[in-house]
Design a protein around this ligand. Structure first.
Ligand code: UDP
Length: 247
C-alpha cells in the first residue's frame, strides 16, 4: 500500500477509518462483517469487504467522471480505499425509486410499487436512537444543516440517483433505493462520502424473473436468501464488464 496508517480514527459496523501521514486523507478498510436490523443480525461474509471496496471505488469514479465530487481518492490493495478526510454530516439521505424496506413497513405503499418520482428521505445517523426518520421541521430543529444545505443535499442525492439509475440500467440492473452520506472536506466542499455498495443500495437483476433471484444486494442477507457474496460479485462483474466493453 502506498499510504501508511497512523491510527484508528473510527470503527463502524462495516468499516474502519484510519488516519494517514497526510492530515487531509484517511484510509478506509472495508470489513467482511454484515449487519442488519440495527446490528441485531450479524455474520461474516467472506470476501464482502473487498467486493464493496471495489464496487464503491468504481461507482465513486463513475460519479466523479460525471462532475459529482466525492471523497474518493484511490483504490488501494484489496479492502482499502484512500479518501479525503471529511466531517460527516450525521444524516443518512435515502433515495427511493421503488417501494421497499422501511417505506413499506411505515406506510400502506405495497412492496415493488414504482414511485411516480424519486422519494428523498433524511434519517438522523444515530445507532442508539435507531437512525430515526426526520421530518423537515425536526431537521430544522436539530440545526444540523441550514435550509440551503438541505436543499443542496436533496438536489445532489437526486442527481446521483439519476446518474446511477441510468448507469445500472445499461448493465441490466435496477436501482431500487440507496443511502448516501455526505461530508465537508477541509476546504468546506460538500462531498459524497462513506460507500456506495450493495450494503447501502437495493439492486435487482433485470434479467431474473423470480422476485428472490433478482435480489443482488444486502436483502439477500436480511432475508436469509443465501448467496450474498455471489450477488455482490454479480454486480461487480457487470460494472467491470461495462468498462471492458468500452476499452
Ligand atoms: N440503508 C443503509 N443504511 C441504513 C439504512 C438504510 O445503507 O442504516 C439503505 C438500505 O440498504 C436501502 C436504503 O438505504 O438500500 C433504504 O433502506 P430502508 O429505509 O428501507 O431501511 P431497511 O428497512 O432496509 O433497514
Amino acid at each position: 500500500m502506498q499510504q501508511s496508517i497512523s491510527s484508528l480514527l473510527y470503527e463502524g459496523k462495516a468499516k474502519k477509518i484510519f488516519t494517514t501521514q497526510h492530515q487531509d486523507e484517511c484510509l478506509v478498510f472495508f470489513k467482511n462483517d454484515a449487519t442488519a436490523f440495527n446490528g441485531k443480525k450479524h455474520a461474516e461474509v467472506e470476501g464482502k469487504g473487498s467486493l464493496n471496496c471495489e464496487i464503491s471505488s468504481l461507482l465513486f469514479r463513475f460519479l466523479e467522471s460525471n462532475g459529482i465530487q466525492t471523497h474518493f481518492l484511490d483504490n488501494q490493495e484489496n479492502c482499502w480505499m484512500l479518501v479525503q478526510k471529511v466531517e460527516i454530516i450525521p444524516l443518512e439521505v435515502v433515495v427511493r425509486n421503488i417501494a421497499s424496506g422501511s417505506l413499506c413497513k411505515q406506510t400502506p405503499i405495497p412492496p415493488d410499487k414504482v414511485l411516480s418520482c424519486p422519494l428523498v428521505d433524511f434519517y438522523f445517523k444515530d445507532d442508539s436512537l435507531g437512525d430515526p426518520l426526520l421530518t423537515e421541521a425536526r431537521l430544522d430543529l436539530l440545526g444540523l444543516v441550514s435550509n440551503d444545505q438541505r436543499i443542496e443535499l436533496k438536489r445532489l442525492a437526486l442527481e446521483v440517483n439519476g446518474l446511477l439509475k441510468d448507469f445500472f440500467k445499461k448493465i441490466d440492473l435496477l436501482l431500487v433505493d440507496f443511502k448516501l452520506e455526505m461530508g465537508l472536506n477541509q476546504k468546506g466542499q460538500l462531498l459524497i462520502a462513506d460507500e456506495i455498495s450493495p450494503d447501502t443500495c437495493r439492486i435487482w437483476d433485470l434479467n431474473a424473473k423470480d422476485p428472490q433471484d433478482r435480489i443482488l444486494d444486502k436483502d439477500r442477507f436480511r432475508k436469509e436468501l443465501g448467496g450474498v457474496r455471489e450477488g455482490y460479485s454479480e454486480i461487480l462483474n457487470r460494472i467491470k464488464g461495462f468498462y471492458k466493453g468500452r476499452e
